[in-house]
Ligand binder design. Structure first.
Ligand code: ATP
Ligand code: MG
Length: 392
């Protein structure tokens, strides 16, 4: 007999808990055991919570404090669903960082509660997406044309097809995005339409708005015909988009423009790694240094979250890896060789290079980067391609 899913509902208002329990009785409860607790703190018996638990927390006015309690659960594989004020950006941001499964607005819970619990139950039963594999990696360049979109596209492709993870690749270069060209895809819906519809969408219905590339890879792209002006994208809506994507995707890869604004700041704050792509020139190294300073000093991003990639790397060039190492104080520096012939060919046909020319040196370099960023034991198809010397 399949193991039971445990549903734990936590909240201080008895009337709300009663309503939720009543809604829940409409579900197929045969595989569920419901526990109701009033304590949103350490009094909640953690021994009750395991990988078969759905924990619903009705946040109060002290939502942020209550989320601190969640930190004690991060090592556990509990599916957490929050019910709270979705317009509170701090709350949403903290929830996303903690990897909650879903965040339902307290005003809308009557409509969404059942479908969210059902879907979460399905996820748990099918042994899908555990929180340990989740990563959000952001790519940005030190100067236009450094190769960021090309690298982000191939890393996303590798994570989806060789690490076999569910990947969402977002192009936030909303005016001159080029990710679609690398996959020969143009989306059906406009990016702004997607953002505007978010309040009515959940982690499952959002799939209709995003572009399928293959079984594991989805693309969130601006339409070629779409003109989005700076400042038009609402940070709260972007946060909500990331929150929804995190439910269904292991890895989120985001290509952002070289611009510091509220949206890119929020995205960088959410990132596990920020990948800064540079080439070996004085201007690029100088820009990279400025980026690292801004990220670290002004945006308070820890240095170990910043990964440097030297694209079109040439070991004979006088601009050396050690110069970059000084900026970040760690060894997280990768190199990608130049290969115009195969890169241009793959771009012309709109197929990622790692699919069209998997045996090339550039493809091997990209594989090492993808493996390092994903945090997953990245099984190479061809073991002899793997060498650790790409990571200095
Ligand atoms: N290692 C490489 N070898 C050869 N060509 C490359 C390499 N990396 C990128 N390119 C090519 O260089 C061009 C610029 O790359 P890409 O558009 O990815 O840069 P970017 O940093 O995203 O630029 P933008 O500032 O426009 O966003 C593309 O045609 C790409 O295919
Ligand atoms: Mg680009």
């Amino acid at each position: 007999m399949p193991e039971k899913i445990k549903l734990v509902i936590v909240g201080v208002e008895q009337a709300v808990l009663d309503k939720q329990l009543a809604l829940f009785s409409d579900l197929d409860a045969s595989h569920c055991k419901v526990i109701c607790s009033k304590a949103i703190d350490e009094k909640l018996d953690l021994r009750l919570l395991d990988s078969k638990t759905i924990l619903v927390i009705n946040l109060t006015q002290n939502g942020l404090k209550e989320l601190i309690f969640l930190e004690t659960l991060t090592t556990k594989k509990v599916a957490i669903i929050l019910v709270g004020d979705q317009s509170d950006t701090d709350l949403l941001s903290q929830a996303l960082r903690l990897g909650v499964k879903d965040f339902i607005d307290s005003k809308a819970y009557q409509d969404k509660f059942v479908s969210v619990i059902e879907a979460t139950k399905k996820h748990i039963m099918s042994g899908e997406i555990s929180r340990e594999n989740k990563r959000l990696n952001v790519f940005v360049n030190a100067k236009g044309g450094s190769g960021t979109s090309f690298i982000a596209s191939n890393v996303a492709y590798l994570l989806a097809n060789e690490a076999k993870l569910k990947v969402a690749l977002l192009d936030l270069n909303l005016q001159f995005g080029s990710i679609g060209l690398n996959f020969d895809k143009n989306p059906q819906y406009s990016f702004m339409e997607l953002l505007r519809s978010l309040n009515e969408l959940d982690a499952y219905s959002i799939e209709a708005y995003i572009t399928k590339y293959d079984q594991n890879l989805r693309l969130v792209l601006p339409l070629l015909s779409e003109v989005i002006l700076p400042g038009e994208v609402d940070v709260k809506q972007m946060l909500k988009l990331l929150e929804l994507l995190k439910v269904n995707y292991h890895q989120i890869v985001i290509d952002i423009p070289r611009l510091i604004d509220p949206v890119s700041n929020m995205v960088m704050q959410q990132a596990d790694y920020i990948v800064l792509v540079v080439q070996q020139s004085l201007v690029q190294f100088r820009n990279a240094k400025r980026w690292v300073q801004i990220m670290h000093k002004d945006l308070e991003i820890p240095l170990d979250k910043i990964v440097l990639v030297i694209n079109r790397y040439d070991s004979e060039n006088s601009m050396r890896i050690s110069d970059l190492k000084e900026m970040v104080n760690h060894n997280g520096i990768y190199t990608i060789v130049s290969d115009s012939e195969f890169v241009d060919k793959s771009t012309d046909i709109g197929i990622p290079l790692c699919l069209s020319y998997p045996g090339t040196k550039i493809s091997k370099d990209l594989r090492l980067l993808a493996a390092g960023l994903s945090g997953v034991d990245f099984k190479e198809k061809n073991n002899n391609l793997f060498n650790l010397f790409g990571f200095f």
